[in-house]
Design a protein around this ligand. Structure first.
Ligand code: ARG
Length: 461
């Protein structure tokens, strides 16, 4: 066996046919230990399951299994305590741990890699990691949904302007607006859980790509590692990274939803809108302008979609055009996924904090809801309902009344009955009942509509 310390020694793990050690640049481009050390826990779990299986089917002795298992456990402790020395010349987490195991238990360590390759090893470690991240994202989304539900419940009667084109459209309720995000985040959560179920297959045992001649028990390792079943095709097992792409896709869609809500928070908290008050905990001050309270957490959450979507594009691009089975290109899968997972976790936590703390400014929301002729549709609907007008004609009559109100600088409800009747003679006093924002939202009782009674059901549902 080659000596690691010798200056010209080839790699001790695979260096049998090499006389020279790699160039420093080769070592730098080849090494993944700088980032794949994050897979240490998964790597040890995988090795424990593999060793237990090898012993169970008689490929290694119980004695070797005990030594391997004990050694791996100690290594786990060293890593957890920050004592483990990660070596770049050993390339990656897999060889760093195996090398340390050999230092600890000697030759028995060399038996651990029987019927296994780094190709199925890394596929397993990464899958375990991504699967856990799906679970974390689902839990974090659950917390965000809870915070939104509290806002929605408190705000079923709170009237605010609903917008299209960021122009006032129709009055809606705060609760309804919050529930719109609940819908989005529930779909996001189901995307992570769907992806998690699809990736719930264990690639360990695919070995390099073709499977192995050793009598391994793939069901046993799959079960021990918490997977529903082993993967069905050994070539696919070591080639597939679509589980990571699915995670990044779900993360990207979720990040766009977070970004849209962030954008609304930024707009709503501006002095011009003044729809909400953000807590001190999720805002910052300015070093020059003493009056400022900036929505930095919302802005940063809005921006995170850039790196998350960027990660998806990165990995899609790495994977496209790769021939089967494993290519070293695939080592580039980890950093974008780690970065996206971290960014998503932080963005979800920040959004949950902001939503839990933000206060809707009820009076200001109501005032804004009444601006911009927001009940014009209610007037048109009244003409249809009470006078039997075709909606298109009612739209035209209402448009004429809006024009008059606009020219006079008043609201629709401020126009006298005479003025109303000058445009449509059959209009009666009763029309004024539908021109308030409260009446407007109360009338929108269709399934999924903004009426407090419907929103209350959505919150409870
Ligand atoms: N560090 C490698 C990766 O992240 C592990 C697999 C290496 N396999 C190999 N045949 N060189 O993909």
């Amino acid at each position: 066996m080659a000596d690691d310390k010798a200056p010209n020694a080839a790699n001790s793990m695979w260096g049998g046919r090499f006389a020279d050690r790699p160039d420093a640049i080769m070592e730098e481009i080849n090494a993944s230990i700088g980032f794949d050390r994050r897979l240490a826990t998964q790597d040890i779990r995988g090795s424990q399951a593999h060793a237990a299986m090898l012993a169970a089917v008689g490929i290694i002795s119980d004695e070797d299994h005990r030594a391997i298992s004990q050694g791996l456990e100690e290594i786990g402790g060293e890593i957890a305590r920050g004592e483990f020395v990660f070596r770049r010349d050993l390339e990656d987490i897999h060889m760093n741990i195996e090398n340390r195991l050999r230092e600890k238990i000697g030759d028995a360590a060399g038996r651990l890699h029987t019927a296994r390759s780094r190709n199925d090893q890394v596929a397993l470690d990464f899958r375990l990691w991504v699967k856990e991240q799906c679970e974390e994202a689902e839990a974090a989304l659950g917390r965000l949904i809870e915070a939104l539900l509290v806002q929605a419940k408190d705000g079923t009667e709170t009237v605010m302007p609903g917008f299209t084109h960021l122009q006032v459209a129709q009055p809606v309720t705060w609760g309804h607006h919050m529930m719109a995000y609940v819908e989005m985040f529930r779909r996001d959560r189901s995307r992570f859980s769907d992806a998690r179920l699809r990736m719930d297959e264990c690639p360990l045992g695919a070995a390099a790509l073709a499977g192995t001649g050793f009598p391994i028990d793939r069901d046993m390792t799959a079960r021990a590692l918490g997977f529903a079943q082993p993967t069905a095709n050994s070539i696919d097992s070591v080639s597939a990274r679509d589980f990571a792409l699915e995670f990044l896709s779900a993360a990207s869609i979720c990040a766009t939803h977070l970004s849209r809500l962030s954008e609304e928070i930024v707009i709503w908290s501006s002095a011009q809108f003044d729809f909400i008050t953000l807590s001190d905990k999720f805002t910052t001050g300015s070093s020059i302008m003493p009056q400022k309270k900036n929505p930095d957490a919302a802005e940063l959450t809005r921006a995170k979609v850039g790196r998350i979507l960027g990660s998806l594009v990165t990995l899609m691009t790495v994977m496209k055009g790769l021939p089967l089975a494993y290519s070293k290109d695939m080592q580039e899968d980890k950093e974008p996924v780690f970065d996206a997972a971290d960014a998503l976790a932080l963005a979800l936590a920040a959004m949950t904090g902001m939503v839990a703390d933000m206060q809707p400014n009820v009076a200001r929301l109501r005032e804004a809801a009444a601006q911009g002729f927001s009940t014009a549709t209610d007037l048109a609907d009244w003409l249809v309902r009470e006078l039997g007008m075709p909606f298109r004609d009612a739209h035209h009559v209402t448009g004429s009344l809006v024009k008059i109100a606009e020219d006079r600088g008043c609201d629709l409800a401020d126009l006298s009955l005479e003025t109303m009747q000058s445009v449509e003679g059959r209009i009666t006093q009763a029309v004024y009942d539908v021109l308030t924002v409260e009446a407007s939202v109360r009338s929108r009782v269709s399934y999924g509509g903004t009426a407090p009674v419907r929103v209350g059901e959505q919150v409870a549902g």
